[in-house]
Design a protein around this ligand. Structure first.
Ligand code: AMP
Ligand code: FES
Ligand code: ZN
Ligand code: ZN
Length: 334
């Protein structure tokens, strides 16, 4: 299924609009994308090269990983994570994929479609190994139904879903001997989280928001976001130009999420003054590096090994994931 909204990411030139006013800064041919925030317009070939080069630069700048380390890329079937996997393979990193089937349908077969996108990508790239964890297959119920049984419809399943994803990502990365887990979060995602945390002055969260979260002694793997400085439009343009098929519909539960409102506000600011989003995020990282949030992380809670699965947890002797499925088992049959 191709994205009917693709035009919002690229200039009209590539889509046949025939406006040849903007030229590639490198070669002078018609540009396909004009990034006002960088004062940079590029043709398709030079854009793809620029995007890959920038990713390599961010990986090095933030010390995310080296080419000797094995990387597990969490792929949702969306444009950001598939673009990330594509770039890492192209740059020669040892990158495998992980897709987590959450059992979300929402009338659009969301999980089935996104799995297909991830599998199609993997099949088209020699040596790209995709791990698939199907939650309903392993535990008998998908995330929405499991959440319904435990939180009883009080809220959306998103919090449960986030916990399940974090648990599975860490487990597969650890069991597979990966040095690092990479996600496709982009600048729009990071700026929206930053905006939310700032609105509520959640200094603990602010202190921990970073492109790299180091591994912990208790067994949490290192987590990195190589695309944290790319605008969503930039990752989308890369995916389109590389001809990668992705699922363009959002998770059906995302509708009305606070982060979407925050993204709209930031987009409004960006339209007025291109570069605002990037400046907001980079200035925050700079302030963080300078110690603005030093000592505000809160004391690290004690990390124990879950008695059921052995994964690290701060929630006592059993992790939230194992507790979820125990509750589900009890309530399903009561
Ligand atoms: P989201 O929280 O949906 O904005 O996704 C953020 C990142 O989490 C994506 O870019 C992926 O790297 C990862 N991710 C989200 N959903 C999945 C999934 N079902 N399986 C694997 N990784 C995922
Ligand atoms: Fe998990 Fe939407 S992706 S609730
Ligand atoms: Zn060019
Ligand atoms: Zn557990």
């Amino acid at each position: 299924m191709s994205d009917p909204f693709a035009a919002r990411y690229l200039g009209r030139l590539v889509l046949g609009g025939g406006v040849a006013a903007v030229k590639c800064r490198t070669c002078g041919e018609p540009a396909v994308i004009n990034m006002r925030q960088h004062k940079l317009a590029l043709c398709a070939d030079h854009y793809v090269a620029w995007f890959q080069g920038q990713t390599e630069r961010f990986i090095g700048k933030y010390g995310m990983f080296t080419s000797e380390e094995r990387v597990l890329v969490a792929v949702s079937g969306g444009k950001d994570s598939l673009a990330l996997w594509d770039v890492l393979l192209t740059l020669g990193y040892q990158a495998d994929g992980l897709y987590i089937g959450l059992g979300i349908d929402g009338g659009v077969q969301y999980s089935a479609e996104s799995l297909e996108m991830a599998q199609r990508f993997a099949a088209g790239r020699a040596g790209a190994e995709l791990h698939v964890v199907d939650i309903a297959g392993e535990y008998g119920l998908g995330v929405p139904e499991a959440a319904q049984l435990t939180i009883r419809g009080r809220t959306k399943p998103c919090a449960v879903c986030g916990m399940v994803k974090r648990h599975v990502m860490n487990r597969v990365a650890r069991d597979g001997g990966y040095a690092v887990l990479a996600t496709g979060h982009n600048l729009d995602d990071e700026a929206a989280v930053l905006f939310g945390n700032t609105l509520h002055w959640q200094v603990g969260y602010l202190a921990r928001q970073a492109p790299v979260l180091q591994e912990s002694a208790g067994g949490l793997v290192r987590k990195v976001k190589p695309f944290c400085r790319f605008y969503e439009r930039e990752t989308a343009a890369y995916t389109l130009l590389q001809g990668i098929d992705y699922i363009y519909v959002e998770c059906p539960f995302a509708d009305g999420a606070t982060s979407i409102h925050h993204k709209l506000v930031l987009n409004g600011l960006e339209a007025e003054a291109p570069g605002t989003k990037l400046q907001f995020y980079l200035s925050f990282l700079q302030a963080r590096r300078a110690g603005a949030f030093a000592g505000m992380e809160g004391s690290a809670p004690e990390m124990l090994a879950c008695r059921t699965c052995g994964q690290p947890t701060t929630a006592g002797d059993q992790c939230a994931f194992c507790r979820l499925w125990e509750t589900v088992r009890v309530r399903r049959h009561s």
